[in-house]
Write a protein that binds this ligand. Structure first.
Ligand SMILES: [Zn+2]
Length: 293
């Protein structure tokens, strides 16, 4: 499955930028944000790796270092293929003096440029990198254009690395967002089950820990949750609880994320907060069986 999906997304990641370029002349892999972040390249890399890593996930394979290495190779294949397809289609229109992308034109390899020689694949790309002016702009105000060979190479390398980074990001986001059960060699399932207002958090966690320690306790998880979940919906800062479980070895965890007001005055996840507690599978079976939003 990972091979089929991998090839599929690799093909899409090659074809899409080429098709866009043919119709709009826009080179997506050289599109950057704030002039330095290779957003286009990262997006292409992400698409490139997405199928492969998603396929591993679907077939319950743990994403490991060798897979990431394959991801890097795929990113390189993707980059070279985009460059080569583009080159293959690059023709020179003698009448207008423009570059056109077509199959039946006067191919660029029939031409020579001083200092670069015949426009072979390598020479042509070298020429493009060293001679494409890079536009500085800031808040829609153009600051100027530079065309400097060293600078061109730096920008090109940033874009190339962007594709690799994008591809690895696909792998890391899929493996990072899903926990793996090593005992059963499959991904654990996860569902969001409730939110607790931040103010009630401390008391809730104390009760939860007591409950988990003492299985014979006459209190059920539902009761504690009912007690602490806020009645009025408008709770600003809260703990979000995800139930992470493996049906095969019947293990379950409650994982909490904290959402609070950040310095930017927005409710955001606090990444420093990390709380996870192993619970008795039977204790949460109701949650597993019912469809909680
Ligand atoms: Zn398991």
């Amino acid at each position: 499955m990972s091979i089929i999906l991998g090839v599929l997304s690799l093909v899409v990641s090659i074809a899409l930028p080429v098709v866009i370029m043919i119709f709009t002349d826009f080179q997506i892999i050289h599109f950057s944000l704030f002039f330095i972040i290779p957003a286009g390249a990262i997006a292409v890399g992400y698409v490139c790796g997405f199928g492969f890593f998603k396929g591993l996930f679907f077939s319950q394979k743990k994403i490991k270092k060798p897979h990431l290495f394959i991801g890097v190779l795929m990113a390189i294949i993707c980059l070279v293929s985009i460059k080569y397809t583009t080159y293959y289609l690059t023709c020179f229109d003698g009448e207008t003096g423009d570059i056109v992308y077509t199959l039946d034109g006067d191919h660029i390899s029939n031409y020579e440029i001083d200092g670069y020689g015949r426009m072979t694949f390598i020479n042509y790309n070298k020429y493009l990198i060293e001679n494409t002016p890079i536009t500085f702009s800031r808040r829609s105000q153009q600051l100027g254009e530079v065309s400097n060979p060293t600078f061109g190479w730096v920008m090109a390398i940033i874009d190339y690395i962007g594709i690799i980074v994008g591809c690895l990001l696909a792998g890391l986001s899929i493996s990072g967002g899903n926990e793996y059960c090593d005992t059963c060699s499959k991904y654990r399932k996860s569902k969001k089950i409730f939110n607790i207002p931040k103010a009630n958090g401390k008391a809730f966690f104390v009760e939860l820990e007591t409950l988990v320690k003492d299985m014979n306790m006459d209190v059920f998880l539902e009761e504690i949750i009912q007690k602490h979940v806020s009645k009025d919906k408008k709770t600003e800062e809260y703990y979000q609880c995800h139930l992470v479980y493996c049906e095969e070895c019947r293990t379950a965890f409650l994982k909490f994320k904290l959402f609070e007001r950040s310095r930017r005055n927005r409710i955001e996840e606090n990444n420093n907060f990390n709380y996870s507690i192993k619970v008795n599978y039977d204790l949460v079976r109701n949650y597993i069986n019912q469809n909680v939003a």
